[in-house]
Design a protein around this ligand. Structure first.
Ligand code: UD1
Ligand code: CA
Length: 464
């Protein structure tokens, strides 16, 4: 679609009372700015320009992180002084030279906007029906939004900001500006210079384009959201929480429609970008953050925080924290496992209770069931690691690797001081401190011999 999206992300977000950019605050683990840019990408906009200003570096970094490989380039333009939404759009047009085609303007704090709405907006301009269009909604609480004033025929006359409303207008005009607009690029560029700042906030208001285009004899339309929630903005922390709950319910409803069971959908926070297969059960207090991909017939949670996790079919992930981890089919984790970046668990393997694994491959069917730390390790298939065993991978300066061959049996409370290699089929006696390589099929034992002093305990007790 030959449309440009301009996303406004330069404002200070004062009402959030935050040290960070307002649009860096996340909904379901995804920064608000990414929700809006993703919607523009999904709507097939050809060019995306984000206006940055306050906390510009923070916003730029979020964009660079998310869209480095995006097929549609996401550009930024700097608005050094935040003189209002109209000013922000003027800066974007001047910096990019955009002066034709449909231009969709999106407030950056409009995370629940639907791609379909953006697409419909852009095509209404492309088809020449109107010179401009405004997305409107009628929320239960209109406070803070610009209000739509209509004429007797129901056409939009202008938008009056809350702070510029008379008490009567604030009470009676209940239809609100959602902060999503479409314009004919040539008319927008031709008239944007006419916006003035004589208003309650001494700002250049983009909504004033409605009156300006109408005065120039152009047609401006409104499009009312059937679902007002699509048009809600985030100015405060309370609104951030409110929109998080809405987003959560929407994501979970979609997944349930696709065949996922939720024990309590109000208690699961699933990224909008997550994929979950059929017949997987999501237990309460499950958080799926980032690029999550979970197969069929899995059990997630209760109490799981999984960031950028890929899991195959039939996995059981009980009370687990996992970050940047890949699990093949039928893997069992937890309760209380901590899987750190670079962990790859092959089919049928297990990370049990109070087990931490970092940057390691756990081979097919291998088990680390209790109280262990495995780091920088390549473990073969069918290995059993006894309770309380640890790879000592760090010498205070550098990390070293441990290799454990297929079918090895590591007795409980073994220290494997890396770099070290334990051969295939080897046995390591419980409580050994292994500092030298163990050949295939060998027994390694490192512990002092046990002494028995007959009757000692009884004699001591008798003396006391
Ligand atoms: C704006 C609209 C209001 C609408 C509401 C919808 C104006 C004047 N008012 O009000 O009619 O009902 O959104 O949520 O547009 N921004 C910049 N540069 C600036 C100022 C703002 O990039 O100089 C960005 C902000 O980062 C934000 C967006 O524009 O993402 C909207 O600004 P905000 O101050 O939140 O406007 P509202 O008061 O909510
Ligand atoms: Ca706002």
């Amino acid at each position: 679609m030959d449309a440009t999206a301009i996303v406004l992300a330069a404002g200070e977000g004062t009402r959030m009372k935050s040290k960070h950019a307002k649009l860096s605050h996340a909904i379901l683990g995804k920064p608000m700015i990414n929700w809006v840019v993703d919607a523009a990408i999904e709507a097939a906009c050809e060019r995306i320009v984000v206006v940055v200003g306050c906390h510009a570096d923070e916003v730029r970094a979020l964009l660079a992180d998310a869209y480095a490989d995006s097929p549609i380039p996401v550009e930024t333009v700097e608005q050094a002084e935040q003189l209002g939404t109209g000013h922000a759009v003027r800066i974007a047009l001047e910096a990019t030279g955009i002066n034709k085609g449909p231009v969709v303007v999106l407030n950056g704090d409009l995370p629940l906007i639907q791609p379909e709405t953006i697409r419909r907006f852009a095509s209404s301009i492309a088809e020449g029906d109107v010179a401009g269009s405004v997305l409107t909604m009628t929320p239960p609480d209109p406070f803070g939004y610009g209000r739509i004033q209509l004429d007797a025929e129901g056409s939009i006359v202008r938008i009056i900001e809350q702070k510029d409303c008379t008490p009567e207008q604030a009470e009676c005009l209940l239809e609100c500006n959602a902060g999503c607009y479409a314009f004919d690029g040539a008319l927008l560029a031709g008239h944007i210079g006419q916006i003035r700042s004589e208003n309650a906030q001494s700002e250049y208001y983009l909504p004033d384009m409605v009156e300006i285009l109408k005065a120039a004899g152009e047609r401006v339309g409104i499009y009312h959201c059937d679902d007002y929630r699509d048009g809600l903005g985030v100015n405060t922390r309370a609104q951030l929480a409110e929109l998080t709950a809405i987003a959560r319910d929407r994501v979970n409803a979609r997944l349930m429609a696709e065949g996922v069971t939720f024990i309590d959908p109000a208690q699961a926070w699933i990224s909008p970008d997550a994929q979950i297969g059929r017949d997987t059960v999501v237990w309460p207090q499950t958080h799926l953050i980032g690029r999550a991909q979970v197969g069929e017939d899995c059990q997630l949670g209760p109490n799981a925080r999984l960031t950028n996790v890929r899991a195959g079919n039939g996995c059981v992930i009980d009370e687990t924290v996992a970050i940047d981890v890949a699990l093949e089919d039928d893997v069992t984790c937890g309760p209380r496992a901590y899987l750190r970046p670079g962990t790859h668990m092959l089919t049928g393997s297990k990370a049990g209770t109070h087990v931490e694994i970092k940057k390691s491959t756990i081979g097919e069917g291998s088990k680390v069931p209790h109280l262990s730390y495995i780091g920088d390790t390549t473990m073969g298939a069918g290995v059993n690691v006894g309770a309380g065993s640890i790879t000592c991978n760090y010498d205070g300066a550098r990390k070293h690797a441990t290799v454990i061959g297929d079918g090895a049996f590591i007795g409980s409370d073994t220290m494997m001081v890396a770099p070290v290699r334990i051969g295939a089929g080897a046995l390591v006696g419980a409580s050994s401190c292994i500092t030298k390589d163990v050949p295939d099929g060998a027994l390694a034992l490192e512990r002092s011999e046990q002494r028995i002093i007959e009757g000692y305990a009884d004699a001591k007790r008798a003396k006391e």
